[in-house]
Write a protein that binds this ligand. Structure first.
Ligand code: GDP
Length: 298
């Protein structure tokens, strides 16, 4: 399906190289492992994940008494899956009154992802209210309104330059009045001004603690998968500013840098919860490590 199709370039980037190693070596030696390591690092998996995957592969090869390099491929796939499986990812907002804050720098696909997520939750029978709390960027509210219409959900907006926490306050009131299941907040993620971002998020946090204390809370960071290691650096900075509970990794369709999904798990210890594989409302998928690795090696 869409995931297998979308990962074509990533697959070419990582798996073609690995296949040529598995078929090109006649014995399993240091050079063999070095070459696999190089492919994984070039494939944006990062040092941490790569080192850990190679160590695990070595152990599996030893434990299974494997002598033929061609037999290592299945073990490598298992090692990558093991590296990514940081436990079951929770989606509690699908079961309780919830508030999801979505943050991310301009251009990463934040508004699009909020729109897609609204559509997805609506399809699951949830009543969704959107808060257009990215009042920093003039077009953001308008763009989100289009998505709200597309998804068929309510939206609470604010004037450009309005206090985001005030928009969230209004949106909480609307969510309660309309008995919404999920309040989904688009917020401005101004990383170049981390102090402001932190203050803004703290203020929103105080409003939510006071006005909606029982709600289940999530803060998702949207990262652009095509930016590879830069996405990782961004995530690290956001992690310093907020209590991040998950990642939405966008634009995995058509990038060769999809290996970043594997790096994020090991570098940040934060689960990738959703991936974007296209521009339409249906192109947001729940992330599943097994499916991802299977699609990669399909
Ligand atoms: P924002 O500035 O972070 O809110 O970014 P937008 O939501 O406006 O998205 C920026 C561009 O990225 C738009 O052209 C989107 O259609 C595109 N985009 C967002 N997510 C995806 C995705 O998963 N795949 C592709 N191919 N494009 C995407």
């Amino acid at each position: 399906g869409k995931l297998v199709e979308g990962l074509t370039k990533t697959r070419n980037n990582i798996v073609s190289g690995i296949d040529s190693i598995f078929n090109g070596f006649s014995s399993i030696d240091d050079e063999f492992y070095d070459e696999i390591e190089e492919i994984l690092i070039m494939g944006d998996l990062g040092i941490n994940a790569t080192t850990s995957i190679i160590e695990d592969l070595k152990e599996k090869v030893k434990a299974n008494k494997i002598k033929d390099p061609a037999e290592c491929k299945e073990l490598l796939i298992e090692s990558i899956k093991d590296e990514m499986n940081v436990g079951e990812t929770a989606y509690e907002f699908e079961h309780r009154k919830s508030v999801i804050l979505v943050i991310g720098v301009n251009g990463v696909g934040k508004t699009t992802s909020v729109g897609k997520l609204a559509g997805k939750l609506k399809d699951q029978g949830k009543k969704v209210v959107l808060a257009a709390a990215d009042t920093f960027r003039a077009a953001a509210g308008e763009q989100l309104t289009q998505w709200a219409n597309r998804a068929g959900v309510d939206i609470i907006g604010g004037q450009e330059g309005a206090d985001p926490a005030a928009v969230v306050y209004d949106a909480v009131a609307a969510s309660k009045a309309r008995n919404a299941d999920v309040l989904l907040c688009d917020t401005a993620g101004r990383l170049h001004n981390k102090k402001n971002l932190m203050e803004e998020l703290k203020k929103i946090d105080r409003v939510l603690e006071r006005e909606y204390p029982d709600a289940y809370r999530e803060t998702l960071v949207v990262l652009d998968g095509t930016t590879g290691q830069n996405a990782l650096a961004q995530a690290k900075q956001f992690k310093e500013a907020a209590n991040i509970t998950g990642i939405i990794l966008t634009k995995l369709d058509g990038t060769a840098k999809g290996g970043i999904a594997i790096a994020i798990h090991s570098e940040l210890g934060i689960p990738v919860k959703y991936i974007g594989v296209g521009e339409t409302i249906d192109d947001l998928q729940k992330f599943n490590a097994n499916d991802f690795v299977n699609a990669l090696f399909d």
